[in-house]
Design a protein around this ligand. Structure first.
Ligand code: ADP
Ligand code: MN
Ligand code: MN
Ligand code: MN
Length: 333
């Protein structure tokens, strides 16, 4: 007998990479080894030298096909087996290894927006706009909530795949939702998030709904979509001083970080809609208008984690987790 392995990878599209996948049929007992693809069709090669290598990095049960079928998230390599320039995972692995003793944890809050055709779900087909924001966040009822069957299917699929999904909620704009992954180490949380994103796009096909991670899907007085990044080291989980030190370290490197937190960040971090302006760094307790928030329980218990509220929904978690780990752990070394 045979089983199916869906090889998933991140392409080289700019400014925001896309997910790609293709299916390999394997004999029972055979392991999914390295594979190849046409990099000239994914912005990862030129036509005259087009072969690129898929190297399995993380695998889990395929909750859509079921049975013995699996999902295989891959790294992209050149044919000489060096990481391709689009391969941000390899750089994340390096930093994670270097600072392993800090035992960094990440919890990612992935916001996203559902679309039918050219309009977000819940926006009238005839043009015009739904009622102003207010009732939609964590709402219930057909007047305010759009797309829940897809959202529930996705949650179930993530659990069946064994991903560390930790919750879901309706968001501030109609058709906008969030799921959370973690806490896990920098590489693990990123692997899980990329597979969870793939499952969301894939299940959207079955529902006739498309998913966008665009950071500002509707211009004007409508919420953007972020990926708040919650972070702690072992020291931060034990005492308060390392929490402040982490905020200070991130503040010193604010600019290097913000330019790698996802395309179009200036359109989302405007200072409105619970964001801080992209070009002014701040941190504060309970402050959802700060770049980095220290949750109130953390200040009370004098230990815990911080939330970097700046990363966009369309951020690359390998890059964001690498930057935060490197900045905070270097400063504490
Ligand atoms: P918010 O109130 O900002 O909406 P959420 O409940 O959506 O918060 O997300 C909080 C995230 O923080 C979750 O993904 C959770 O796993 C993560 N988290 C909790 N504790 C820690 C920790 N010590 N280190 C890193 N992440 C954590
Ligand atoms: Mn949240
Ligand atoms: Mn949110
Ligand atoms: Mn948050």
């Amino acid at each position: 007998m045979v089983y199916k392995a869906e090889y998933i990878w991140i392409d080289g599209t700019e400014p925001t990479p896309l997910l790609r996948s293709k299916t390999k049929i394997l004999k029972d007992g055979a392991d999914p080894g390295i594979w190849g693809f046409d990099g000239s069709s994914t912005n990862q090669a030129e036509g005259h030298d087009s072969d690129r290598v898929l190297k399995p990095a993380f695998q889990c049960p395929d909750p859509i096909r079921g049975g013995d079928d699996i999902l295989v998230l891959c790294e992209v390599l050149n044919v000489d087996m060096t990481p391709h320039e689009s391969n941000t995972r390899a750089k994340c692995v390096e930093v994670a290894e270097k600072f392993k003793s800090f035992d960094s944890w990440f919890g990612l809050e992935q916001e996203y927006t559902l679309f039918k055709g050219t309009r977000p779900l819940g926006f009238p087909d005839s043009g015009g706009y739904p009622g102003p924001q207010g009732p939609y966040y964590c709402g219930v009822g057909a007047d305010d909530i759009y797309g829940r069957p897809l959202v529930e299917d996705h949650l179930e699929a993530c659990i069946e795949a064994g991903l560390e999904i930790s919750g879901i909620n309706g968001e501030v704009m109609p058709g906008q939702w969030e799921f959370q992954v973690g806490p896990l180490g920098p590489v693990e949380v990123s692997d899980h998030l990329w597979v969870a994103r793939w499952l969301l796009h894939r299940l959207g096909e079955d529902h006739g709904i498309s998913v966008t991670l665009d950071a500002k899907p509707v211009r004007g007085d409508w919420n953007g979509a972020g990926c708040h990044t919650n972070f702690s080291t072992k020291q931060m989980r034990e005492s308060y001083e390392p929490i402040i030190a982490a905020c200070e370290a991130i503040g010193k490197n604010w600019e290097e970080h913000v330019h790698q937190y996802g395309f179009g960040i200036e359109n989302r971090l405007t200072g409105l809609h619970e964001t801080a302006p992209w070009n002014e760094f701040s941190y504060g307790v309970s402050n959802r208008g700060a770049s980095v928030r220290i949750p109130w329980q953390v200040e009370q218990e004098k230990k815990g984690y911080i939330e970097d509220r700046r990363p966009n929904a369309n951020m690359d978690p390998y890059t964001v987790c690498r930057l935060i780990t490197n900045t905070v752990c270097s400063a504490a070394s």
